[in-house]
Design a protein around this ligand. Sequence first.
Ligand code: C5P
Length: 296
Amino acid sequence: MRSYAKLNLFLKVLRLRADGYHELDTLFERISLFDTVRLIPRRDTAILLECDSSELPRDPSLNLAYLAARLLQDTFKVKAGVRIEISKRIPVGAGLAGGSSNAASVLVGLNRLWRLGLSRDALSRLGARLGSDVPFFIHDTSFACGRGRGERIRRLNSLSGRRLWHVLVVPKIRVLTPDIYKGWDKLVKKDARYRIAALTRPHCDVKILLLALRKNDPGLLQQALFNSLQEVSGSFYPQVLKAQQALTRLGIGPVLMSGSGPAVFGIVPTRKEAAAFYAKLKDQKNNWRVYIVHTR
Ligand code: C5P
């Protein structure tokens, strides 16, 4: 089955919580870039993982797809095993939630294969134990708002059928998400003005973004896209800023970083324009991965 990637069109960090996570207000978009996950049943109880990418850690217990199968097997005392085959196309550690998406595919697929009869909400709760982005993929929707750590999902059915085109650029670096959140903590501690600005900037509201998407208003969209972590990732990893500047310089309007980066993307009106920008970016030979993707 296909295991899609996501972008965050909006990601506002509200505060550090007592459990070390951060309270978020985010808007997820599922995009057409995907990995393929195959689940092959086994009679014994072994869980095996095979992946065609050298980017992933060798140790399967560090892989979210493997951990998802283990979690179901342990929780429901399943007396069967599975071989998980992942064909990887989504860049790893890029802010596109490829690992979380693979874990969601395994939960949904094994729920069927092992006839567990779990509801979407039950799968979502299990998914949240693996990672904050997992529940979004379990909800099987193109757009959703995420609250809490990002795991409390509200589907945005009013946007169903809406298709955005993107040029997506992924610098070949891997970002460590916890470091970026810690960087945000430091920034906020150091500069109270930053915190106040982040919390009160009038245009910085997911509702305005929703309005812009519903009305298909590019000007409003430009103002409403937001990511609290962009400044931190940009200062830790200059490649993020470079990629963003490259998109902006080509005249691609609204440009934003996804998650904790380094993936950055622009919203473009049509596939044709996306293809033209893609060709120009490829010409620049920046050693970046460049994709044309759309809402899925
Ligand atoms: O939930 P997930 O395992 O994907 O999160 C990875 C790391 O990102 C966490 O360990 C935490 O450091 C940070 N994080 C956070 N607040 C969130 C989501 C992630 O601080 N809402």
